[in-house]
Ligand binder design. Structure first.
Ligand code: AMP
Length: 313
C-alpha cells in the first residue's frame, strides 16, 4: 500500500533582516516568516513554499531550504527587484522589540501564482505578509483540510478590512498578545481571544514570547504551553514563525486528525521549534536538526510541566 504524504503550502515573507540585539548586530540575516516556518515545519512534514525574492537574495539560503526538503518551485526570483527587508532592534529583556524599518520591495507588486501541483495540497499556512496576498493564495487552493494564518501589528493597522476578510476562511490563527489586543480592542487576553474567534478562526493561539503560548480551541477549552527557559537567547527573530512551523508541521503529518488532542501536541512541537530558533541568528539552529534531537527536546518540555497530582500535598 502506498501512503500519500500530505503537503503543507506556506506563503509569507522571505527576507533579508537587519537584526540588532543588546549584544550583537547582523545587518544581512536571512529571515522572513515563510523562511522560518518552512525550516521548522520541514522536520515534520512536506513543505511547499510560495514567495518572492529579489536579485540580492543569497543562493545559499535557497540551497538551505532545498537541503531541508522544502519544495521551492513556488519561490519567484525577480531579477530587477530587491528582497523584502526588515530591520528590528531587541530591548534588554530580549522579549520586546522595535521595528526600525520595513521595505516591502518585490512584495509590493507580487502576484502569487501557485504551481499546479501545489493547489490540491491538504494544508495551508498563510504566514505573516500583506493580507491581500494571503487571500490570493487561499483563493488558488482547491480545498485544504486546515488553514492557519499569522499576522502582525502593521497589517492590523494598515490593512484591517483585508485581514478581517481572509480571517473568515481560517481554522487556526496565531498571533502575539499585543496583536490580539489590537485586533480585538480587548485588553484581557481571554476576552481578546473570544473576540478574535468571533472574527472567524475556530482556534486561536496567542504567543507570549518567553511566557509560552495559549490555545483557545474550537470547543472553548484552554491549553497553556510553556516556553523553554534558556540561558542564552541569541536572536528571537522568527520564534513565532518557527512555532507556527512546528505547530502546522505536526498537524500535517500522515494520520494526524485535527482535534483537541492533536492541537495540544502541536502546541508543544511549536514550542520545541521556537526554542531551537532563538538559540542562533537567522535560521542557523533550524539547520541540521534530526528527529532524535527534536524528540529529546519534546521530552524536556514534557518534564518541564509534568506533575503527579497524587504526589502533591
Ligand atoms: P517573528 O520574530 O516570528 O515575529 O518574525 C520575524 C520575521 O518577520 C523577520 O524575519 C521579518 O523579516 C519578518 N517580518 C517583519 N515584518 C514583516 C511584515 N510586515 N510582513 C511580513 N514579514 C515581516
Amino acid at each position: 500500500m502506498t501512503v500519500n504524504k500530505p503537503h503543507l503550502v506556506v506563503v509569507g515573507s522571505v527576507a533579508i533582516d537587519w537584526i540588532i540585539t543588546p549584544r550583537a548586530e547582523r545587518p544581512e540575516s536571512v529571515g522572513g516568516s515563510a523562511t522560518f516556518f518552512s525550516m521548522a515545519a520541514s522536520y515534520l512534514s512536506q513543505v511547499r513554499l510560495v514567495g518572492v525574492v529579489g536579485r540580492d537574495f543569497p543562493d545559499y539560503a535557497v540551497a538551505d531550504l532545498r537541503a531541508n526538503g522544502v519544495d521551492v518551485s513556488g519561490l519567484e526570483i525577480v531579477q530587477d527587484g530587491l528582497t523584502f527587508r526588515w530591520k528590528g532592534q531587541y530591548h534588554e529583556n530580549m522579549n520586546d522589540r522595535t521595528t526600525l524599518e520595513t521595505h516591502l520591495n518585490v512584495f509590493e507588486k507580487f502576484q502569487p501564482r501557485l504551481p499546479a501541483e501545489f493547489r490540491g495540497s491538504e494544508y495551508l499556512f498563510l504566514a505573516n505578509i500583506q493580507p491581500r496576498l494571503q487571500s490570493d493564495v487561499f483563493a488558488q487552493m482547491q480545498r485544504p483540510r486546515l488553514v492557519g494564518l499569522d499576522t502582525m501589528n502593521l497589517w492590523i493597522s494598515i490593512a484591517n478590512d483585508d485581514l478581517k476578510a481572509v480571517l473568515k476562511n481560517v481554522d487556526v490563527l496565531t498571533l502575539n498578545d499585543e496583536e490580539a489586543r489590537q485586533l480585538s480592542g480587548e485588553h484581557n487576553i481571554v476576552k481578546a481571544a473570544r473576540a478574535v474567534r468571533a472574527l472567524g478562526p475556530r482556534n486561536v493561539v496567542i504567543k507570549r514570547g518567553e511566557y509560552g503560548a495559549l490555545l483557545f480551541d474550537a470547543d472553548g477549552e484552554m491549553f497553556s504551553a510553556p516556553a523553554l527557559p534558556l540561558e542564552d537567547v541569541v536572536d528571537p527573530t522568527g520564534a513565532g514563525d518557527s512555532f507556527a512551523g512546528g505547530f502546522m508541521g505536526w498537524l500535517a503529518r500522515p494520520g494526524v486528525e485535527p482535534n483537541g488532542a492533536s492541537l495540544r501536541t502541536a502546541m508543544i512541537y511549536g514550542s520545541v521549534m521556537a526554542s531551537f530558533c532563538v538559540e542562533g541568528f537567522s535560521y542557523d539552529r533550524l539547520k541540521g536538526l534530526d528527529a532524535a534531537t527534536i524528540q529529546r527536546r519534546f521530552e524536556t518540555f514534557a518534564s518541564l510541566t509534568n506533575f503527579d497530582r497524587a504526589s502533591l500535598t
